[in-house]
Every structure is written in C-alpha cells, then in structure tokens.
Design a protein around this ligand. Structure first.
Ligand code: SF4
Ligand code: FES
Length: 258
C-alpha cells in the first residue's frame, strides 16, 4: 500500500504546531498502525530528518499510552480498540490519513503526537488510599461480593487511562475516566471506608486540572477503547452529591486548597 500521511508536527510544548505531509510507501496491510509509523520514521531518520514522536508501550491495548486522533477519531475507526490495535488493512491503497495528538487544555502537547497526561495521575493520587485489614492473607471466600457487583466493578476497572474520552469530548471532560476509577471502588466492599471522601477529592482535582464539565454528549463512551459505560458518570454524580450533602471530604478539600 502507498499512503499519504498528514501529521501534526510540534517541536516543543511552546512551539507552533503544523500539519506536515509524508509519503508512506510499500506498507503491508498486515502491519499495525504504529509499525507503519515505525517504517515512516526509519525513512525520516535515514534522510536525516526528525522522526515523528509518538507514545507507545505495550502495543496490545492495555497500557493506554498510544492514543492519537486518526482521521479525526480518537484511536481511529475501529470501535473498542486502541490505536496500537489498529491495522493497516483497515485502510485502502492511496488513502490520506490525518494523524493528530489529543487536543485538550489539560493535556498539553509535549512533542508531535505525545501529550502530557499527568493530570490523570494527579486525579488518581487525589483518590488516596483504601483501608484494609493487614495481617495474614484472608481466606478466599471470607469477603463475599455479589457477582453482579464484581462484574460491574471489573468493567470499570478496565479503564486504561488513555485519554480518548477527553479528546473526543467537545468539553474536554474527564468525567468518564474519573467515574470509571470512582465506580470501580465504590462497587466493592474494599472501597467503602473512603468512598465519599474519595469521590469528593477526585472530582475536585478533576475540576482543578482544567477539564470541562460533562454535558451528556456520549462521544466518550463511543470512542472509549474499553467501552466504559457512561452510566458511571451518573454514579459519580450521585456519589459526589451524597458526599457534599453529608459533608464528607470537606477537611481534605480545604487542606489541599482546591
Ligand atoms: S474511560 Fe475509556 S477512553 Fe477514558 S481513559 Fe479510560 S479507557 Fe481511555
Ligand atoms: S501501546 Fe499500550 S495501549 Fe497502545
């Protein structure tokens, strides 16, 4: 396959970005999208040019580092997959592919397709610890969890923190990501002791990081590679309302200055 790539190039966080056109020649349809970029980068390096900077780690859809916009869609055209799971057979010979980084104020571009997603780390840090009894390992059946609750909790635990939900949302809202982390623990007995202080701290941190509010557009759910349900956002809002009404987490919020 021979393709034309239109790629966002930006040398540094403060530099002016621009779209640059490249030819991707002799690309196998069996290559992954990132392997195709590797091939293009080898050509750029041989020609003495700066290779296209992009993030990746696992290349099997579990680490969440590789996201970018492919033809205007977060993670590209295949539903329920990350960009590292996208294959070139999804495109046709002669196609033009536009590749851009996530565009969101809270995710500043570091270089080319790489953005700084540390705001997500700070939201998780704000959630703090979970209280558990330490000592000898508990018996496997000592803590009974209803099957429905454990299944739903594990559905939310699948979130890989990729940021596609933010990139797809016209408000650049991190509500789906934050709600996945909150729902995962709120559904399990282990998450109960800090349940309300956790939601208060994480939602307040999310707002402080500059993410927008949720207006129920649904793009986040549509492009999430782990198909996290937007119902989690409703749960997060209920949990947050309960925390505010009961005054949970007020001291923590005041101490952090948020
Ligand atoms: S909710 Fe989905 S899109 Fe958002 S960070 Fe988690 S896995 Fe990525
Ligand atoms: S490189 Fe890990 S999810 Fe894509």
């Amino acid at each position: 396959m021979n393709l034309t790539l239109r790629v966002w190039r930006q040398a540094s966080p403060t530099a002016q970005g621009r779209i640059v056109e490249y030819a991707a020649k002799d690309i196998s349809p069996d290559m992954s999208f990132l392997e195709m970029l590797d091939v293009v980068n080898e050509g750029l390096i041989k020609a003495g040019q700066d290779p296209i900077a992009f993030d990746s780690d696992c290349r099997e859809g579990i680490c969440g580092t590789c996201g970018c916009m492919v033809n205007g869609v977060a993670h590209g055209p295949d539903p329920g997959t990350t960009v590292c799971q996208l294959h070139m057979r999804r495109f046709r010979d002669g196609d033009t592919i536009v590749i851009e980084p996530w565009h969101a104020k809270a995710f500043p571009v570091i270089k080319d397709l790489i953005v700084d997603r540390s705001a997500f780390d700070r939201i998780i840090q704000a959630g703090g610890f979970t209280s558990i009894n330490v000592g000898s390992a508990p018996d496997g059946n000592a803590l009974l969890i209803p099957k429905d609750a454990s299944d739903e909790a594990m559905d939310y635990a699948q979130c890989i923190g990729c940021g596609a939900c933010v990139a797809s949302c016209k408000n650049a809202s991190a509500a789906l990501f934050t709600s996945a982390k909150i729902s995962h623990l709120a559904l399990l007995p282990q998450g109960q002791p800090e349940r309300l202080t956790r939601v208060r701290a994480m939602v307040d941190r999310m707002d402080a990081e500059g993410f927008g509010a949720c207006s129920n557009e649904g793009e986040c759910e549509a492009t999430c590679p782990k198909e996290i349900s937007i119902a989690g956002i409703a749960r997060m809002n209920r949990e947050y309302t309960r925390a505010v009404i009961t005054g949970a987490g007020e001291k923590k919020a005041a101490a952090s200055g948020d």
